[in-house]
Design a protein around this ligand. Structure first.
Ligand SMILES: Nc1ncnc2c1ncn2[C@@H]1O[C@H](COP(=O)(O)OP(=O)(O)OP(=O)(O)O)[C@@H](O)[C@H]1O
Ligand SMILES: [Mg+2]
Length: 371
């Protein structure tokens, strides 16, 4: 069978989850959860000590970097009676966090509604197999469960991606489901027409503040969620770490054995941080780009460059490739960013080359490929 490109979080980290469950025995857990809140947190932000499990020491790796307190608050929200809404700029790991939380809390991260302008109530609650409906009437067998139905029946997390892209009246079907924790199925007979949510059910929504704001959520629905804003990473050191760890995983998956070039990761992290904030570490002028300089984008620029190095560059990531891939990421939104990027190189990057020399010189020289 062909290898899966991106296995689910619960599959990728199956060993870590099993080790955490083993070490978690005896700890109190919210009803319907596989792990205690502390173990869920450890799964996401890593744990200092490995766990001796199955004859080996299982390392619990850090997967989300940044705000540990946010992770704890998110876990506590899920243990309560409100849903969790992760909002923020694109590429700040909202989706990743919601997958990791679901995998740790209930062992399933795939029970997901992918919100879009075309999402209907049927995609959230249930629909019917019309052949069966016609032949047998509205029987259980004819009902096709959608993710919220499944979440309520099985007592698992339902992930709702890009909630605010759905029409408001569709979003609002969640209001009564989330407060009453019961779904009415009027087609079924009296007595069988109520689906009560099993313990463990909750909803994690994500929404992007750039595309369409959370203003498009009704206030009644907002009240059913605790909101957490996932901020872009602020420290270049941390961002370089994310680039290294995420690309390490991607490269391993792609069968590339090359080691991460930390110098290249550091450069990218510094450049992305400066273009995002508009401030350079040398206090040089940094023009503001119209595109989002997200960490996800930095990871993909590094990965592109690493692939290039592997297949065309003799394993070495050249500064030219870094610049070319950076340009590709920047120009996605608007070509007006090209002169701004040139200005950044001839100002802030030039200064870094003069003051720090070495690899920054090489990076500055690659500006001739900004075209
Ligand atoms: N703080 C972080 N810790 C770890 N990885 C991060 C972090 N921020 C960004 N990333 C990287 O960014 C990638 C993309 O994240 P993800 O798709 O979850 O973002 P998102 O916030 O859902 O974006 P969008 O709003 O576009 O849907 C992650 O897979 C990871 O590689
Ligand atoms: Mg997302």
């Amino acid at each position: 069978m062909a290898k899966i490109q991106k296995p689910l979080a619960e599959v990728r980290y199956a060993k870590e989850l099993a080790a955490l469950e083993y070490a978690d025995k005896g700890n109190s857990k919210p009803a319907g959860w596989k792990l205690s809140p502390a173990a869920v947190r450890d799964f996401i932000i890593g744990r200092n000590e490995p766990i001796a499990f199955g004859g080996e020491n299982v390392e619990i790796t850090q997967k989300f970097y940044g705000d540990n307190a946010l992770v704890e608050r998110a876990v506590i929200t899920l243990a309560g009676s409100r849903g969790l809404m992760l909002v923020g700029e694109p590429g700040t790991a909202k989706t990743m966090l919601s997958e990791l939380l679901s995998a740790a809390v209930c062992g399933i991260s795939s029970n997901t509604v992918q919100g879009s302008a075309g999402t209907t109530e049927d995609n959230i609650k249930y629909s019917w197999n019309y052949a069966l409906l016609l032949s047998k009437g509205p029987v259980q067998e004819a009902l096709i469960p959608a993710p919220v139905y499944r979440g309520m029946r099985e007592g698992i997390i339902t992930r709702f991606e890009e909630l605010t892209r759905c029409p408001q009246e569709v979003q609002d079907t969640l209001i009564s489901l989330m407060s009453d924790r019961v779904m009415n199925i009027p087609e079924f007979e009296e007595g069988q027409n109520l689906l009560f949510a099993a313990e463990g059910f909750n909803i994690i929504g994500t929404a992007n503040t750039r595309d369409k704001g959370v203003n498009d959520m009704s206030s009644a629905l907002k009240r059913r969620f605790n909101f957490e804003t996932v901020e872009p990473v602020k420290s270049p050191k941390l961002e370089a770490k994310i680039i290294a760890s995420q690309c390490g995983e991607l490269m391993e998956n792609a069968g590339i054995s090359a080691k991460i070039d930390m110098q290249a990761a550091d450069i990218l992290a510094e450049v992305f941080g400066e273009l995002r904030s508009g401030v350079s570490s040398e206090k040089a002028n940094v023009p503001k780009m119209s595109c989002v300089m997200s960490t996800a984008e930095a990871v993909s620029v590094y990965y592109q460059s690493a692939l290039d190095a592997e297949y065309f560059g003799g394993g070495h990531i050249s500064m030219r490739k870094l610049t070319e891939n950076l340009l590709g990421a920047v120009l996605k939104e608007s070509r007006d960013d090209l002169p701004k990027l040139r200005e950044y190189y001839s100002g802030a990057i030039k200064l870094k080359a003069e003051r720090r020399g070495g690899i920054w010189n090489e990076f500055y020289d690659s500006r001739s490929f900004l075209k």
